[in-house]
Write a protein that binds this ligand. Structure first.
Ligand code: UFG
Length: 325
């Protein structure tokens, strides 16, 4: 399939682009490099542009005869979204709506969208199924949900294939050395590993959550498993005319303290911690039910061992590139 992969210069996007290329698809990456890295797109057909730049994108869709779009370019930080909601509405809703319009005009029949567990907000119970009510607790989740809804109406009106993949917490690095290197790192695992490397102590945001050890619980899912789910979502015979939604998580929860303890064991190093207040917008517990992805796509996270996930992130962190651009 001729595919346009937006956000392919990023962490999850880079892993997905590599997996799709390895599966034989013709991949063009579209990224404005605002947070992604040029070295992640080396060897790919690459277009450096904003996804809402009509003049830049229109000819790409036509000349490459794009049949499917995997849309991953986004702002993706819960805490930042609470502080700067306008930017999240701009990058995660307004610009993607332009991209969707361009897709419509170009007759692109498949659209796979990177959504998020953040659409659920604070769940009534875990594991969370796709039919669980969506009540986002931050602008990040709100904007992801808003675009999902636009995509659903687009699919209904145009008879296209539309899939939303709700990621839980992407983690780890790929076997060929692709990993997490955000300029301003806010994610738990890379920051814990930075502390293990002698950096600042890791701040535990909230120790009074209604969880067994008082710290927030998340479902960490390896990026190679996430990448494989995108391949399956593109290749399976998805229904036309409606949005299909899948949770992508391991089905297992780990608390912040469990992540830190596991990192101590994996690295064999001390990880200094400081206890801090809750981070605004953070739900207490997000753990996926992956039953639907298993049943419909035949997908299952294969790297579910937290120590193994952290070990793969540690291999990448030790290369000393984390945080560099
Ligand atoms: N945390 C800390 N200290 C840190 C960093 C994080 O205690 O230095 C805590 C957070 O408060 C949270 C947990 O660790 O409770 C995980 O935080 P991350 O920042 O690693 O990830 P989030 O759960 O906030 O968000 C991530 C992605 C979102 C996605 C979400 C889905 O960034 O895009 O997972 O669960 F929506």
């Amino acid at each position: 399939m001729n595919l346009l992969v937006t956000g392919g210069a990023g962490y999850v996007g880079g892993a997905v682009a590599r997996r799709l290329r390895a599966a034989g698809h013709a991949v063009t990456i579209l990224d404005d490099l605002s947070t992604g890295h040029r070295h992640n797109v080396e060897g790919f057909d690459f277009v450096e542009a904003d996804m809402a730049d009509r003049e830049a994108i229109e000819p790409v869709l036509a000349r490459r005869r794009i049949e499917g779009i995997v849309h991953m370019a986004a702002l993706c930080l819960v805490g930042a979204s609470v502080k700067d909601p306008e930017a999240y509405y701009d990058h995660n809703l307004r610009r993607p709506l332009v991209l969707l319009d361009l897709a419509l005009r170009a007759g692109v029949g498949r659209f796979v969208f990177s959504s998020s567990a953040a659409v659920y907000g604070e769940p009534d119970a875990t594991p969370i199924e796709e039919g669980h009510p969506t009540r986002p607790t931050n602008p990040y989740g709100e904007t992801k949900l808003a675009f999902e809804r636009a995509l659903a109406w687009h699919a209904a009106a145009r008879g296209t294939v539309a899939v939303a993949l709700r990621y839980f917490n992407a983690a780890g690095s790929t076997a060929d050395g692709h990993g997490e290197e955000h300029a301003e790192e806010t994610h738990l695992i890379p920051n814990v590993l930075r502390a293990a490397l002698g950096g600042e102590p890791i701040a535990i945001f909230g120790t009074d959550y209604p969880t067994p050890d008082g710290t927030a619980v998340r479902d960490y899912v390896h990026i190679e498993d996430l990448a494989e789910a995108h391949r399956l979502a593109l290749e399976h015979a998805a229904p036309t005319g409606r949005l299909t939604v899948f949770n992508l998580g391991s089905g297992q929860g780990a608390s912040v303290r469990e992540v830190i303890d596991t990192a101590r064991r994996v690295t064999g190093r001390p990880v200094p911690v400081v206890e801090a207040a809750r981070r605004s917008g953070d739900p207490a517990r997000l753990v996926a039910s992956h039953a639907r992805a298993g049943k419909v796509l035949g997908w299952r996270a294969t790297r579910v061992d937290l120590a193994g996930i952290i070990e793969s992130a540690w291999r990448f962190a030790q290369r000393g590139v984390s945080g560099s651009r």
